[in-house]
Design a protein around this ligand. Structure first.
Ligand SMILES: Cc1ncc(COP(=O)(O)O)c(C=O)c1O
Length: 451
């Protein structure tokens, strides 16, 4: 019998609800705190920046949340996404492991980010919001939100980290093509941006700075709310469609994964993929769920689990998370989407409870793995996603040594068509590795808010 390469779901089989991990957590999440009073935030505190539907999704204890039909219709433009068996990669590695990947790069915006961008635009639109402000690093999130806003007739303003704005014009052009207004951050459009520029006119920017700008924009502009592409519970909730689909697809193929691996920046694609497998993990310790981050931004492997701000200016509510400190300025590695100082509270909590494994890897071997992958499977992975590929390949090679035939599921969160400059540097032997020094971690942690 010829084995299937793709395990597809029909549109009818697409999940109609997102999965909420909160009621299934062995211990509840620590509360989010108000930055001024250090008391748990109330829905009213969050009202200036988010619509009520998303605030309620942030705290709901319902195990499933309905995906509105109007949103399902748009999801069907590219969902369900394929689950593919990487036969050619297995052959190239000469491994007995069975490798599958869940590919989110065929969304119109090129990554998983569109799953939540559309949902956020939808719920804002329903509550009469006319404009969304957001930040973006390398532009994956900004482009997803630009398209999400376009689909629901909202205006979109994107504060793009300056170094990416200068070095990677194509994502900016994509956002503008979808109708968004994009400025390099720090910008002169906000007080937060102006004060950073006053201290350092050449600031390259960071996600933390861009978040400060976007939040300030949301609270000071008419009919405007803020939108975040990762970290928060509602964002992770929207991404669970990835894992819910993958689970159904694996069931169709008649296999149980031994290892599920995803990259982590703020934690949304990893959580989206693994949360639907978490009940299996809690019941049966055999399944390993591995989060992979860059050595240059090692929040889970070198950070501390503490209350910290989500942004640089210290305006957001305090989240209990693994953090490198909100003053962290990331080194310029190529996986722009993985350069955030913190980590989703849900992912942080799961790590604290010992329910996930964490690994940090350098970018050179990451690109080497991306090349091995693309020469076998064809898809050029986003540098972010290639972090997951690197660890999956390591695990597959371990199987080769031990002779075990484990089933490995990779979260392939996006394509790398706008990251060819990074591939060029790697192929030209110019890519450098950077390990974030422990002294810097310690320095930044002194500035954590005292809770
Ligand atoms: C393709 C891709 N994968 C992963 C990430 C990391 O984000 P998260 O951890 O929220 O999935 C990003 C962020 O921009 C991304 O663009």
């Amino acid at each position: 019998m010829v084995a299937n390469v793709k395990i597809d779901l029909t549109e009818k089989e697409m999940p109609t609800k997102w999965y909420n991990i909160q009621p299934d957590l062995p211990e509840p999440l620590p509360p989010v705190l108000h930055p001024g009073t250090h008391q748990p935030v109330t829905p009213d505190d969050l009202k200036p920046i988010f619509p009520m539907a998303l605030i309620m999704q942030e705290v709901t204890q319902e195990p499933y949340v309905e995906i509105p039909e109007e949103l399902q219709q748009i999801y069907r433009m590219w969902r369900p996404t394929p689950l593919q068996r990487a036969y050619r990669l297995e052959k190239a590695l000469d491994t007995p492991a069975k490798i599958y990947y869940k590919y989110e790069g065929n969304s119109p915006a090129g990554s998983h980010k569109l799953n939540t961008a559309l949902a956020q635009a939808y719920f804002n639109k329903k509550e009469g919001v006319k404009r969304l402000a957001t930040e973006t690093g390398a532009g994956q999130w900004g482009s997803a939100l630009a398209l999400g806003c376009q689909m629901f007739g909202l205006e979109c303003k994107v504060y793009m980290v300056k170094v990416s704005y200068q070095q990677k014009p194509y994502r900016r052009i994509m956002m503008e093509t979808w109708g968004a207004k994009v400025v390099p951050s720090p910008s002169t459009d906000t007080q937060a941006g102006r004060s950073i520029l006053a201290q350092n006119p050449n600031s390259p920017g960071s996600l933390g700075i861009s978040i400060s700008e976007a939040i300030e924009d949301a609270v000071t502009s008419k009919d405007t709310k803020y939108s975040l592409g990762s970290v928060l519970n509602h964002v992770l909730l929207h991404q669970t469609i990835i894992g819910l689909e993958a689970k159904k697809q694996l069931e169709k193929a008649g296999v149980n994964p031994d290892i599920v691996v995803g990259c982590v920046g703020g934690g949304s694609n990893f959580a989206g993929l693994v949360l639907p497998f978490m009940k299996d993990r809690i019941k049966n310790k055999r399944i390993r769920l591995i989060a992979v981050e860059p050595e240059a931004c090692p929040s889970l492997t070198k950070g501390t689990c503490a209350y910290d701000f989500g942004d640089t200016a210290g305006t957001t509510p305090l989240l209990k998370m693994y953090t490198l400190g909100h003053t962290f300025v990331p080194p310029g590695i190529h996986a722009g989407g993985l350069r955030y100082h913190g980590m989703a509270p849900i992912v942080s909590h799961l790590h604290k409870l010992g329910l996930i494994e964490v690994k940090a890897v350098h970018q050179t071997p990451v690109f080497q793995s991306a090349i091995t992958f693309t020469r076998a499977e064809g898809i050029i992975p986003a540098p972010e996603s290639a972090h997951a590929i690197k660890v999956a390949i390591d695990e597959a090679l371990e199987c080769k040594k031990s002779g075990q035939s484990k089933t490995i599921l990779i979260g392939l969160s996006g394509h790398g068509h706008f990251d060819l400059g990074a591939y060029d540097e790697y192929l030209g032997g110019k890519l450098q590795d950077y390990e974030y020094p422990m002294e810097k971690v310690k320095e930044a942690l002194v500035l954590l808010p005292k809770v």
